[in-house]
Design a binder for this molecule. Structure first.
Ligand SMILES: [Ca+2]
Length: 321
């Protein structure tokens, strides 16, 4: 509950920030940055490398971890091959020699030992609006048995935490009024709620996207936000990022480099925000598709179903050497 109110408070601050921004029309249909990996991933490689990635997650020993080759092909420069011939993920745009891979989830299966499908303070929803298939986690807008759109959270609360390092996700966003996809590092420690929002998008909000010819809200802007979390509303960083691209049209890389006194946020390897702050708690990973806030209330213009998914090709983390 506390987090909920914190989140709501975060959003009012966000909306204030939003209002102060000149609402430029973003245009749409920009080029897509990377290949749709989902289309190219062989399902056969999936099951075998899935367990390998999970092993890497539970042992933070930095043992080389196999990445499925389709991911490597789709991502291009995000992998390297060791002398032993193992393909290892490297942080996009960074000096790979400075990092040790600690976590990789390629989404070749849904590993319940690593991921929860609801946030701790919610009961969850019986309507299943997520799946792992074609090497991708998909979470989609879907009305439940009561006819309501509902939040879905996939997180590693209680299962995987990391302090500092580099965290990267490759994802394609859903479209539609009310959609609010996000990638956070988060924790709830007593009353404290440290939170690093690497990506949050609000397709239906003014200044966050545009409405296409069919009346569907298209996301062209997202935000990175940092909440130190010692008390409610303790925001220490925020930026709306617009690259002139339809973020629902292709996969992009959203990342943060988290150092002891500094955080640097990246979009497709390009630095978009630096926050000089110290955050020292271990954080868990959170991928979610919520509804409302700056994105408005979802309605009949919001496309439902799997074909309008928040698609996550991978989530990876590294520690500094
Ligand atoms: Ca994948």
């Amino acid at each position: 509950m506390f987090t909920k109110s914190l989140k709501e408070l975060s959003l009012s601050a966000l909306c204030c920030a939003c209002a102060s921004v000149l609402l430029t029309a973003c245009g749409g249909g920009g080029s897509t940055g990377s290949v749709d990996a989902a289309a190219t991933q062989p399902t056969t490689a999936a099951s075998s490398s899935g367990s390998t990635s999970n092993a890497a997650a539970s042992t933070a020993t930095g043992t080389s971890t196999t990445v499925n080759t389709a991911d490597a092909a789709a991502s291009g420069t995000t992998t390297t091959t060791t002398q032993a011939g193992t393909v290892v993920a490297v942080p996009f745009g960074q000096d790979a020699s400075q990092y040790k891979l600690t976590f990789t989830e390629e989404f070749n299966n849904f590993d319940t030992s690593l991921w929860n499908d609801r946030i701790w303070y919610e009961a969850g929803n019986a309507t299943k609006n997520y799946a792992v298939e074609d090497g991708v986690l998909k979470i989609w807008p879907q009305r439940d048995a009561s006819g309501n759109f509902f939040n879905r959270t996939i997180d590693t609360d209680g299962k995987y935490y990391q302090t500092y390092g580099y965290f990267e996700m490759e994802a394609k966003l859903p479209k539609g009024k009310g959609t609010w996809p996000a990638f956070w590092l988060f924790n709830h420690i007593g009353d404290r709620r440290p939170e690093m929002d690497i990506m949050e998008a609000y397709a239906g909000g003014s200044g966050w996207g545009y409405t296409d010819g069919s009346g569907v809200s298209i996301p062209t802007t997202y935000a990175a936000t940092v909440w130190k979390g010692d008390y409610e509303g303790q925001q220490v960083g925020f930026k709306m990022i617009t690259e002139g691209t339809d973020l629902s049209a292709g996969f992009h890389k959203y990342a943060v480099k988290w150092e002891p006194n500094k955080q640097t946020y990246y979009f497709d390897g390009k630095e978009v925000l630096t926050v000089n702050t110290a955050m020292t708690d271990p954080m868990y990973l959170m991928l979610d598709l919520w509804f409302g806030s700056a994105s408005g209330t979802p309605d009949n213009s919001t496309p439902q179903g799997k074909t309008n998914s928040y698609e996550v090709n991978y989530v990876r983390a590294w520690q500094f050497k």
